[in-house]
Write a protein that binds this ligand. Structure first.
Ligand code: ARG
Length: 843
């Protein structure tokens, strides 16, 4: 008070002045005389007041932060298991409502309570524990413990709980419950709560010799409900493990654990460190979704978000005797080894050791044909999770086929899986070889793999370590990639595809001065641009010319139903309306090229297609002779195929529709009665009038089914490309069919697929001695090895386009033999046939 009274600021203030005017007076210090006239103590007082206010607000802020945020309590939940040695498992422990369960559960709860209370960083925050289940061994108790902790202590609590040692339980308690191997893992509190309160819990115990089924609620008639939390506790008898197999798995896609997902645990607690697998999206029925537990329990959980649209899953499980047998002593000179239960997912916590020894004068090599030991997020360099170890070198992750060899007649292969996340494992052949001559009559790769001599210096990395392509002389038709020094065919230059892997084949692709570069990369003299002639061959030199107003119609512009023209490339079905009448996004037209099972799957055993992977593929059977040609479904009643399939031959009237039967939704020729398969007779065949059985020009035909088919997951139409759509050189596409597996060989039983590439037209025409017409396109590999063959004719060449739909780029037509070097396959150019298709199908 005293200071205030003596404060000169108040005594100086003229009565008439208000505070505002005064502030204006003393802030700017330009008029020094005026300032000097003031009492100097003034400044200190002002500074003092400001500092005081700042201190007070800081203190208030700190208090608010302390009480509202730092001290605010957050819920924490841990889950895990504890092993009890002085109890023997009884059946009543499987049911949480029995007195036996309750009695032991209470003891475990007491024990956990004591354990927590004895720790200064844990005890004060502990709220409650629950025992969720027991299993054998002697008795394993699965628990959930809840805590409420000031947020600033949450991390300390986490560390304390995760490092808790069961030995800290006091002696008295240990006499009641002799416990060891305590595990704790943090759990999302909301998730824990929703699982605890949920009615969607099932308890299933395998019956000896029987299969037990379970599925998502409503399966298969209604989609699973939204916002669901379900769990299935699976048990087997003591001394057994569980074999779980998903027969159908169709759920929404998920991303970073948003969306719908299923998790499998090798435990009865939902602890992440015991999670074997997270499943979501759709798996084709052929994918081997099979899992084995390491003990006699497994837990399956389901979480769905607010929008559930999919049917869900159907699973079955049974018990099999537990065996720890794997690996072994091997003295044969060749054989096969696989991870346990391959191609099903291997178990967690396994170790197998193969001790291989071949005759003394030989060496051993092992070739891994399939190798999937992948755990997302785990390091592939250090292989700390699951791995295979050979001669002190560890291998893990997902690998292309590779070979490991030893410089002696012995090799030790060790497979090890940790306690979480399993994969499908590996299959490998081992064999002995002569150290002087590892590959008789073949080329020896650096890793001692053997390849055919012809594959050396062919521009393809056949050894997978490029050793077959090093030190080669590039031929006149080849160029040398910069980094790898590999020789590649010249037509890969400037094709828009990075064939060298270092883009060196796509550098310096510009055109010389005074030249125009076409969309297809061709260079033409600038003067030829906009001269009303298609010099590029793709029309790109005649688009957007000044005298041509935008959206003028040319051969290369997309034409809407109302005849409006669109200069944009591939405007159809791209999700953007370009035509005023919307015809470019017409739902009927755009309902095509969809693959219900679009997940990238791992094909076990070569090039079998997956079930439902090419749902437009049709098998055409002639008379009772079985499969003769392929075809593609383009509408509920129409197929496209090759004209040459329907030419009368040797007295057989192949042009007669009644000769033919179409199978749709077919995967395996031996399973034509499968429920996914639909059979139709053919009502009408229209082969192109100008088809020439001499040149195979115009090799296209349309077939009408006797009655429409309903689209399913296994039967879908492929999109027909507009005449303006281009499939650029180098683009990779799929050819599929049941045709011969090798030239002159017999057909395949399971639908085959091959990933091939569009080949430059001129290059191909040269290779095939000028037998190509404008209505043909070339695809395959100049090096040979991958191609369509007899029996594939009429089938689709499917191209995945940027709108994520598959388009029919070609129809299998002809070839010089099959898969020969320098003889790629020839396909009917569907875009060149667009008008014919329109006239004959109305599509
Ligand atoms: N013309 C054969 C057929 O009738 C198809 C041949 C395809 N050949 C090839 N090498 N791509 O099935």
């Amino acid at each position: 008070m005293k200071d205030m009274d003596s404060n000169p600021r108040y005594s100086h203030r003229p009565q008439s002045m208000n505070g505002y005017e005064e502030a204006v007076e003393f802030l700017p210090a330009t008029d020094t005389k005026k300032v000097e006239k003031r009492d100097p103590r003034w400044k200190f007082v002002v500074i003092g007041v400001v500092i005081g206010a700042a201190v007070i607000s800081l203190a208030v802020g700190l208090l608010v932060w302390h009480f509202a945020y730092r001290m605010a309590r957050v819920p924490k939940v841990y889950t895990g298991s504890v092993r009890i040695n002085n109890y023997v498992f009884v059946d009543a422990y499987e049911n949480s409502s029995t007195p036996e369960f309750k009695q032991l559960a209470n003891k475990v709860k007491d024990m956990l309570g004591e354990l927590y209370r004895g720790q200064k960083d844990i005890g004060p925050h502990f709220t409650e524990s629950y025992v969720t289940a027991f299993s054998e061994g002697s008795v394993i108790a699965y628990y959930l413990s809840e805590f409420s902790v000031p947020s600033y202590k949450a991390e300390v609590l986490d560390n304390a709980v995760l490092n808790l040692k069961i030995q800290s339980v006091n002696l008295r308690m240990r006499q009641i419950l002799s416990v060891d191997s305590f595990e704790a893992y943090p759990l999302d509190a909301n998730l824990a709560r929703s699982f605890r309160n949920n009615s969607c819990s099932y308890f299933l115990h395998a019956k000896p010799g029987e299969v037990t089924k379970f599925s998502t609620p409503g399966f298969p008639n209604t989609p699973y409900p939204p916002n669901m939390r379900c769990q299935w506790t699976l048990r087997a008898d003591a001394g057994h493990v569980i074999r779980l197999h998903f027969k159908t798995f169709k759920m929404d896609i998920c991303k970073d654990l948003t969306g719908d997902y299923v998790k499998l645990y090798d435990s009865l607690s939902i602890a992440e460190n015991r999670r074997m697998m997270t499943l979501c999206g759709s798996y084709p029925p052929s994918y081997n979704l099979t899992f084995f537990s390491s003990q006699n329990v497994m837990l399956v959980t389901l979480v769905t978000d607010s929008k559930g649209r999919q049917p869900g899953f159907m699973a079955q499980f049974r018990q099999i005797p537990q065996t720890t047998l794997c690996g072994g002593i091997i003295r044969n000179s060749e054989g096969v080894i696989t991870s346990p239960f391959y191609p099903a997912h291997y178990q967690a916590n396994r170790e197998c050791i193969w001790d291989i020894q071949v005759p003394g004068d030989k060496y051993v090599k092992i070739r891994f044909n399939m190798f999937y030991l992948l755990e997302t997020g785990a390091s592939e360099n250090s292989c700390t999770k699951d791995f295979v170890e050979i001669n002190h070198q560890k291998y893990c992750g997902e690998k292309k086929p590779f070979v490991v060899s030893s410089n002696s007649n012995k090799m030790t292969v060790r497979f090890r899986s940790d306690q979480s996340v399993t994969d499908t494992g590996f299959t490998a052949d081992y064999l002995s070889y002569d150290s002087q001559n590892p590959c008789p009559d073949k080329f020896t790769c650096k890793d001692r793999r053997c390849i055919n001599m012809a594959q050396q210096c062919d521009g393809w990395n056949d050894c997978s370590d490029f050793s077959d392509e090093l030190n080669c002389n590039c031929s006149a038709s080849q160029f040398r990639c910069k980094n790898s020094q590999i020789c590649k065919p010249k037509f890969f230059l400037c094709d828009g595809v990075d064939d060298c892997g270092d883009r060196s084949d796509e550098k310096d692709c510009g055109c010389p001065d005074n030249n125009f570069q076409c969309t297809n990369k061709k260079c033409i003299p600038e003067a030829q641009k906009c001269d009303k002639t298609d010099n590029c061959g793709d029309g790109s030199d005649e688009i957007g010319c000044p005298e041509v107003p935008p959206n003028t119609c040319t051969k290369f512009t997309y034409k809407c139903k109302n005849n409006q023209c669109i200069t944009k490339t591939n405007p159809d079905c791209d999700g953007v309306q370009d035509c005023q009448d919307g015809s470019d996004e017409d739902t009927n037209m755009c309902n095509c090229g969809k693959r219900p099972y679009s997940r990238k799957t791992r094909i076990v055993g070569g090039v079998n297609a997956d079930v439902g992977e090419f749902p437009w593929q049709v098998s055409l059977h002639a008379r009772n002779d079985g499969h003769a040609c392929g075809a593609s479904l383009v509408s509920p009643t129409l197929l496209l195929s090759a004209a040459h399939c329907f030419q009368d031959l040797q007295g057989i009237r192949y042009s007669d529709p009644s000769l033919w039967t179409a199978y749709l939704g077919l995967h395996n020729q031996a399973q034509r009665t499968s429920q996914n398969v639909v059979q139709r007779s053919i009502k009408r065949i229209v082969a192109h009038k100008s088809f020439s059985d001499y040149t195979y020009d115009n090799d296209i035909a349309m077939l009408e089914l006797s009655s429409p088919v309903t689209y399913t997951d296994f039967i879908q139409p492929i999109c027909i490309p507009d005449s303006t759509r281009t499939f650029p050189v180098g683009k990779s596409l799929w050819v599929t069919g049941w045709g011969a597996l090798i030239e002159g060989g017999t057909g395949a039983s399971v639908l085959q697929k091959a990933d091939i590439r569009i080949i430059n037209y001129n290059e191909c025409n040269q290779l095939l001695e000028n037998q190509l017409t404008e209505r043909m396109i070339c695809a395959g590999f100049v090096s040979g090895g991958i191609d369509a063959c007899q029996g594939d004719s009429g089938g689709p060449l499917s191209s995945l386009e940027s709108n994520n739909k598959m388009y029919l780029a070609g129809v299998v037509s002809w070839g010089d033999g099959c898969a020969r070097r320098n003889k790629p396959g020839i396909y009917t150019n569907v875009t060149a046939m667009r008008d014919w298709i329109k006239v004959n199908t109305g599509l």
